[in-house]
Design a protein around this ligand. Structure first.
Ligand code: LLP
Length: 424
């Protein structure tokens, strides 16, 4: 590993033997706030956003940050201040966006299981669009909106049956998936939507999966979406916006996903060729905006060399970093202060009582108990999927910008965890 630079992590670099995020030494943050600790770079988030913005320059577009990737209030606030809209999937995410200063009319509401009360709240605050995922949902949304005397703005989420070539748990655009309306049923569903008085058809939507590292699935989805838009408009239903979802991957372990700017320039050329380049376009990126903007800092508790495996036991666990256990995901692990000693191969594991509680297998590290490590690519789907398993409190979060560090979430205490419970 080149210790002066970490590929794919432009805001993270060793200066001497100290790892810095922007201009902040991470070991100092770990000592000040304790571990496990998530640290995010505002500069890295904005740089990722700017890549999309450059790809879209001169176009009529709305970038809707997918809140599920990291729903911490300050992270949402960074994107709200940068002019983003938001893709949300629950009533909780609506409230988070509003609390962080996001604009209601730039919210789009995705998800297969919206409840009536979530629909009511979304209509009350005036969200921009519902991405409807089934015919049954369309009928319920029509009822809810009609009872409130309003028309709900809708787009239909299409399942384009494109293989995103990613992990099966995060593929969403295949026929076998629970998401969206199958390609062949899209036209009759639009005709039904257009006939309902509580609805106002404004767009079309798709999202084919996550951690996509090739451009081909996107090119295919664009072609299928345009075919559908032409068919829907041919029966007299105008489509104001096309939403291509999120899904662009990041570099966890040497993957080389397309750069957002280059990808969108290419997709827009395809849209131009079919006469749709000036249509309003929306996208819903999550991981690619925050994933490599964050790290999770952890302390080595014990080294446990063994006959078959050497274990490096750290104080972060599957409740903080669920992706390895859930998707066999790879996250790079590096020391905060590099040592010159010869590396040894370790399985890096957490304290949770499950064999599935591993963070990295077979990692070459020169470490001692008490050392601090950074688990990289921890900005997306780590804190937002964290749990209290083993009665572990969720970690603190810090956001850095330049040489400044802001504590954006305090460590959860045991009192916080027990607050909602009652003894018999
Ligand atoms: N839009 C919709 C409708 C989605 O379902 C998702 C992600 C996104 C946008 C954002 O996709 P992104 O740009 O982040 O790929 N927990 C998994 C990822 C689950 C993704 C769910 N949907 C993981 O840690 O890999």
């Amino acid at each position: 590993m080149n210790l002066s630079n970490l590929p794919g992590h432009p805001h993270l670099a060793y200066r001497g033997n100290e790892l810095f995020l922007e201009d902040v030494a991470l070991s100092a943050l770990a000592k000040q706030h304790g571990t496990p600790l998530y640290v995010y770079s505002k500069g890295a988030m904005l740089a990722a956003l700017q890549s999309y913005q450059r790809g879209f320059s001169g176009r009529n577009t709305q970038i809707c940050y997918a809140v599920k990737a990291n729903s911490s209030l300050s992270v949402i606030q960074v994107f709200a201040q940068a002019g983003c809209g938001f893709d949300i999937v629950s009533g909780g995410e609506i409230e988070r966006v509003l609390a962080a200063g996001g604009q209601a009319d730039r919210i789009i509401f995705s998800g297969v299981g919206k409840t009536r009360s979530e629909m009511r709240r979304a209509l009350d605050v005036g969200i921009g669009c519902f991405n409807v995922e089934s015919e049954a949902e369309l009928e319920v949304l029509n009822e809810v909106a009609s009872a409130m005397g309003v028309r709900a703005p809708v787009s239909i989420r299409v399942n384009p049956n494109v293989d995103p070539k990613t992990h099966p748990y995060i593929s969403t655009g295949l026929k076998s998936s629970k998401f969206g309306i199958p390609h062949e049923q899209v036209l009759p569903t639009y005709q039904r939507a257009a006939a309902l008085n509580g609805l106002r058809v404004i767009g079309i939507d798709c999202h084919i999966g996550s951690q996509i590292t090739q451009e081909a699935p996107y090119l295919e989805a664009v072609e299928r979406m345009i075919d559908l838009v032409q068919a829907i408009e041919a029966v007299g239903i105008p489509i104001q916006h096309i939403d291509f979802g999120g899904g662009l991957g990041i570099n966890y372990n040497g993957e080389t996903p397309p750069d957002a700017e280059q990808l969108w320039k290419k997709l827009l050329a395809g849209l131009d060729a079919r006469g749709f380049g000036q249509r309003r376009l929306m996208i819903e990126p999550g991981r690619s905006l925050v994933g490599n903007a964050g790290v999770c800092l952890s302390e080595v508790l014990y080294l446990k060399p063994g006959a078959q495996k050497n274990f490096c036991i750290i104080d972060a666990a599957m409740n903080d970093l669920p992706r390895p256990a859930m998707y066999q995901a790879y996250h790079q692990i590096v020391p905060l202060q590099s040592r010159s000693a010869t590396p040894v191969t370790w399985d890096v594991v957490g304290p949770v009582c499950e064999s599935g509680d591993w963070i990295g297998h077979d990692r070459a590290l020169a470490v001692q108990a008490g050392d601090l490590l950074a688990v990289l690519s921890a900005g997306a789907f780590c804190m937002s999927m964290a749990s209290n398993y083993n009665a572990r409190g969720r970690a603190s979060e810090v956001l850095v910008t330049g040489a400044q560090a802001h504590l954006i979430r305090q460590r959860e205490t045991i009192a916080d965890q027990m607050r909602q419970e009652k003894l018999l």
